[in-house]
Design a protein around this ligand. Sequence first.
Ligand code: NAD
Length: 430
Amino acid sequence: MTDQAFERALKRLDDAAEHVDVPEETLQRLHFPRAVLSVAIPVRMDDGKLRVFHGYRVQHSNLLGPCKGGLRYHPEVDLDECKALAFWMTCKCAIMELPFGGGKGGVAVDPKQLSMLEIERLSRGFIRQMGNFIGPETDIPAPDVYTNERIMGWMMDEYAHSSGRREPGVITGKPVALGGSVGRTEATGRGGFVCLERLAKARDWKAEERSIAIQGFGNAAQAFARLAAEAGYKIVAVSDSGGGIYRQDGFDVDELIDLKNQGGKIESLYCDGSVCDGANGAARKIDNQQLLALEVDVLVPAALSDVIDGDNADDVKAAVIIELANGPLSDEADQALEKRDITVVPDILANAGGVTVSYYEWVQNRTGDYWPIETVQERLEQRMARQFDRVCVIADEHDISMRRAAYVLALERLGAAAEAMGTDRLFNGA
Ligand code: NAD
């Protein structure tokens, strides 16, 4: 198996190292995941047969604290992808100044083919196989693609059975009734919205005059869209895996969320629902490629990785891209957009609201002091705004993109931790 995704991810870090005085050893450490676990999970299926699934957990770095990162259920999960995603988590936690390193894991499975009971057995089996590899002070999983708070609840419960102790801090993104934090579900979207507001302030934008197109309309996208619409922005396009819809005057986002969550595809909402002939003018169907090429002020990829690459980067007309998805731009796209002065708020900053509130959940679990929603939101917003501004200052100082600046900020923190433990400079006076 090759490590293409991981190697590509590391390249962005190496590029950033040109702009920061960081001990060479820091890079050396970050080029290797600290530990990797690969497990086989036998699951009794509803028809009585046994199936064995492959699961992985990668701990990329614990330089800044216990490893932190999601578990995904997807047919394409493999070790290389987990390593790349775990590395991004290391950087994300460093940028947000969280006391965490990076981790990621998952199971190669199509959860849509499994019954709810089979998913429960798989989830509990995965936790049993991970044994002592995870723990509230070593490695703390969370939800990711096609895993959710219910699955996190089962996992926490299974961990309690195995360890003989109830430790809610072993996993975040749990249901609130089982020790989850209020405000976690919308945290990624809210964090992305803070980025939008900071940009708007710097550019003197009036929300009512600005349009936004969003690719994907799941958890992260819906929370972002709701907050942006409440602030006055026009959400002119949204999509899902089946296609998208566009309306120049903008959509009623609450209506769209209700319709989408009743189980429909975005495209069929246009055909069957009230969206297509609502009071604000007609909508039209578009496909996902057309959405990326719309004349909008802000484009928000919030679904998959590598959706903008060397082939379609030149079609992008937005002035700003906010990456709610992980890795939606390829390196080629990044370079092409940078040449055209399109501002990209990078994933490791733009979607860091989720892990930030996961951190708050972990703190609440460990202290037993549960915060009201206002406290969670206020702390998230303040932290996002502060770290966003830091990235902007670094970008200005070095005349580099926000992405490169975000990696510089991550490297500064990771380098300081490596330095504090003693490096070549200390031992050899180098
Ligand atoms: P989700 O499963 O709730 O939503 C994903 C959405 O993308 C769905 O609406 C789905 O229909 C759509 N989609 C799937 N394939 C598509 C395609 N080919 N074209 C257009 N849309 C497509 O997932 P989510 O939790 O909202 O996560 C979305 C992205 O955000 C992922 O990249 C994830 O890694 C990233 N992210 C999420 C969080 C979080 O807290 N939810 C945190 C950090 C990063």
